[in-house]
Design a protein around this ligand. Structure first.
Ligand code: NAD
Length: 490
């Protein structure tokens, strides 16, 4: 399906630089992953466009930083209101270019709007401090200032949430932005930027690039001294590359990277609840989520019951075009689907048994059957190996200690999950899990008030919550000499 057939107008396909939509150095075709149909030609930028976008962001930076927080907040509230009015266009655009079912696109839209509202509310609540030096004699005054022009690089799997979570925080903090969209989902980003512009954001504050050669953007901008921050969401490989690219210029860097989410079900858990949440956590977005359950680790005492119920529900999931009422949409591309043939071979060679699914669907688009692979016990095959697919792996374990040890056998540290009726055990386990986030009796955690992020290979920094905005602010300290009281009272 394309935009015409869906009755939704096509968002801007150009680059947005210095307050205007501009052509690129050429165009690249954009496809609907549900049927492989071409849905648009997208402007393809090169290094000169990247530089023009940074020129604009650098020019706009002082004025944007000087604007009173309340005035910035008003613009952000206006953006939020307009975004809400355009909900249907956002939702359909996301489904057409990313393939996710409309219900999931709607949920992502609502969450993204909530994040924008959160940042709008935070804008006028950035605090400083006034305190005494440790030996007295002078005062310690701290305030926060915008880091400066930021490069925001987003992935395709949550095309709206990712740009809102970065741009929302950066703009609220008083930073100007150059966003590089994911090649596969440029239109959702374009719609968001258009919404900010229509809400009245000044020229140069929000710029948008699309490209099939992202290295042209990152290599050009990260060595330009005017760029002061890069915020990236994507793979650990590219995150590590960006750290190296920004090293010479000491670019402030926030990274939200891959995950290896262990999903632990203890012997006393509510098995039905765990099954329902495992389905959401694993098969949302066809498994293409950094916080997806990568290894489902179940106490052997309840594992047969869990696995029977889980496999039954997985085999009933309806797969198809996200524009229809389905549970699971396509993979983002033929390449992402085709790598799964190797994944299934790797899992079965390591002793896994396919209990349902395991094959691609014979139809246009990039579909793969929801799949469950069971192992007889803990197995290292998926440790450090992000499935990023509608494939679930189940590992029985002997009690909570083995569950914890196996869960922590990973270099990743993003999301983890524990299902138990014993709160004391849940907290003990939560404290020992080497992950940035722990879902206790829940498989979905994203929330504006919560700090999102990971440890180790999963990244540096946190998005949203109370702390996220400070990723885009520098702390300024001023030492203040204070005179004698007698002098002051003369
Ligand atoms: P990717 O790293 O290939 O791409 C992510 C983004 O980086 C895209 O916009 C891409 O164009 C860009 N990119 C690629 N090479 C680049 C370069 N040399 N310079 C600048 N930009 C470059 O990842 P992907 O395969 O598109 O996304 C999936 C990955 O992202 C998974 O590992 C997933 O776990 C991770 N992810 C993490 C989070 C999180 O919040 N932690 C959220 C979503 C996805």
């Amino acid at each position: 399906m394309n935009f015409q057939a869906s009755g939704i107008s096509l968002p801007q396909t150009s680059l947005f630089i210095d307050g205007e939509w501009r052509p690129g150095a050429g165009v690249y075709p954009l496809f609907n992953p549900a049927d492989g149909a071409q849905i648009a030609d997208i402007a393809n930028c090169d290094a000169t466009h990247a530089l023009a976008a940074l020129d604009a962001a650098a020019r706009a930076q002082p004025g944007w930083a000087r604007l009173a927080p309340r005035a910035r907040a008003d613009l952000m509230h206006a953006g939020h209101r307009l975004m809400r009015e355009r909900g249907a266009q956002f939702v359909h655009t996301m489904t057409l270019e990313s393939g996710k079912p409309l219900t999931e696109a709607r949920a992502e839209f609502n969450l993204s709007a909530d994040f924008l509202l959160w940042f709008a509310e935070q804008t006028a609540h950035i605090h400083g401090s006034f305190s005494n030096a440790s030996h007295g004699g002078f005062r310690v005054v701290t305030t926060h200032q915008p880091v400066g022009p930021c490069l925001l690089i987003t992935p395709w799997n949550f095309p709206l949430l990712m740009i809102v979570r970065k741009a929302g925080a950066a703009l609220a903090a008083g930073c100007t932005t150059v966003t590089k969209s994911a090649q596969e989902t440029p239109l959702t980003c374009a719609l968001f930027v258009q919404t900010l512009i229509d809400a009245g954001f000044p020229k140069g504050v929000a710029n948008l690039l699309h490209t099939t050669t992202p290295s042209a953007v990152s290599e050009t901008l990260l060595k330009d001294r005017r760029l002061r921050k890069v915020s990236f969401t994507g793979s650990t490989r590219v995150g590590s590359l960006l750290l190296r690219l920004g090293a010479d210029n000491i670019v402030n860097t926030s990274l939200e990277l891959g995950g290896d989410g262990p999903f632990i079900v203890l012997a006393d858990a509510d098995v039905d609840l765990a099954v329902d949440h495992a389905i959401m956590c694993k098969f949302r977005n066809a498994g293409q989520a950094c916080v997806a359950a990568n290894r489902i680790i179940v106490d052997r005492e309840v594992e047969p019951d869990f696995t029977d119920k889980f496999v039954k529900k997985v085999s009933e999931l309806k797969v198809g075009d996200g524009m229809d009422p389905v549970d699971v949409g396509p993979m983002i591309s033929a390449r992402q689907r085709d790598r799964l043939f190797d994944t299934i071979n790797q899992l079965t060679s390591a002793g896994g048994k396919v209990l349902t699914g395991g094959r691609a669907l014979q139809r246009p688009g990039y579909f793969f059957e929801p799949t469950v692979v069971r192992f007889d016990g803990p197995n290292p095959v998926m440790c450090d190996n992000e499935l990023f697919a509608p494939i679930a792996t189940v590992f029985p374990v002997e009690g909570p200690r083995q569950a914890l040890e196996f869960a922590n056998t990973s270099n990743y540290g993003l999301a983890s999950y524990v299902f138990t009726r014993d709160l004391t055990q849940a907290i003990a386990m939560g404290e020992q899990l080497e992950f940035g986030m722990v879902g206790i009796n829940r498989g979905i955690m994203a929330e504006p008030a919560a700090p999102f992020g990971g440890t180790k290979w999963s990244g540096i920094g946190r998005e949203a919550g109370h702390d996220g905005i400070y990723e885009f602010l520098e702390t300024k300290y001023m030492a203040l000499t204070v005179g004698e009281i007698e002098e002051a009272l003369k």
